[in-house]
Write a protein that binds this ligand. Structure first.
Ligand SMILES: *[C@@H]1O[C@H](CO)[C@@H](O)[C@H](O)[C@H]1NC(C)=O
Ligand SMILES: *[C@@H]1O[C@H](CO)[C@@H](O)[C@H](O)[C@H]1NC(C)=O
Length: 194
C-alpha cells in the first residue's frame, strides 16, 4: 500500500516536471517569435530617407527692380539627409537644381557619401544663382516690386540602405522645397519641403 503510494507520487512528480518543461519551451517559442516579428517589423523595414534643405545662409544678394528685373545671389545651402533606418544609407553624388519660375538659375553639388544609421547627415553646399538664364522676367519684375523672391530647390538622391552589414535595399529620395526670400533683409521668410 505504502509502496504503491510512493510510486504514484514519483509518477506525479515526473509529470509535473514534464509540464513545467513544456511550459518553458512554449514560453521560449512565443518569445522567439515575438523577437523575430519585432525584428522584421522594426529593424528590417527599410524607410525612405528624407532629403531637404534648411534655411539658406545668404552671403550676398543683389536684385534689380520692376523696370530692370534681375538677381544675383550667393549662399550656403544646408542640406540634410535624415536616415531613420537601423543601418547606413550610402548614396551617390548628385546635384540640386535651384529654379525660379521653373527655370534653372543655379546648381549645387553633393558628393558621394553616407548617412549613418539613425542619424542626419549634414552637407553644406555653396551655391550661386543668377537670373541671366531667365528668358522672361516679367514675373520676376512683379515679385521684386513686392519685395519677395520665390525659389525652388529640387533633387534626387539614390543609394542603398544597408542592414545587418549584408542586406542592401535600393532607396531613392526626392527633395522639393520652396522658399520665399525677403529681398530687402536678405533673409529666408518661409521654407517648405514636400
Ligand atoms: C521684409 O522684412 C522686413 C523686416 O522684417 C519687413 O518689414 C517687410 O515687410 C518684409 N517684406 C516682405 C515683402 O514681407
Ligand atoms: C515640387 O512642388 C511643386 C509645388 O510646390 C510642384 O508644382 C512641382 O511639380 C514639384 N516638383 C516635383 C519634381 O515633384
Amino acid at each position: 500500500m505504502v509502496e504503491e503510494r510512493r510510486d504514484f507520487e514519483a509518477q506525479e512528480e515526473k509529470r509535473r516536471k514534464r509540464m513545467k518543461l513544456a511550459g518553458y519551451i512554449a514560453a521560449f517559442v512565443v518569445f522567439q517569435t515575438l523577437v523575430i516579428v519585432v525584428f522584421a517589423l522594426v529593424v528590417m523595414k527599410v524607410k525612405t530617407p528624407k532629403f531637404r534643405v534648411e534655411t539658406l545662409r545668404i552671403q550676398s544678394l543683389t536684385a534689380g527692380n520692376q523696370n530692370s528685373p534681375s538677381f544675383d545671389m550667393a549662399f550656403t545651402a544646408p542640406i540634410r539627409i535624415k536616415n531613420t533606418n537601423f543601418g547606413p544609407y550610402k548614396y551617390d553624388a548628385t546635384t540640386i537644381d535651384f529654379t525660379y519660375g521653373g527655370v534653372q538659375v543655379g546648381q549645387g553639388s553633393i558628393p558621394k557619401s553616407k548617412a549613418n544609421m539613425k542619424s542626419t547627415k549634414k552637407v553644406d553646399v555653396p551655391v550661386t544663382l543668377s537670373s541671366s538664364a531667365l528668358t522672361s522676367t516679367s514675373g520676376l519684375g512683379n515679385e521684386l516690386s513686392s519685395g519677395v523672391l520665390t525659389l525652388n530647390s529640387q533633387g534626387t538622391l539614390s543609394g542603398k540602405v544597408e542592414l545587418m552589414f549584408i542586406f542592401k535595399k535600393k532607396k531613392s529620395t526626392n527633395m522639393n522645397c520652396t522658399m520665399a526670400i525677403n529681398v530687402s533683409t536678405k533673409t529666408v521668410q518661409s521654407l517648405s519641403c514636400k
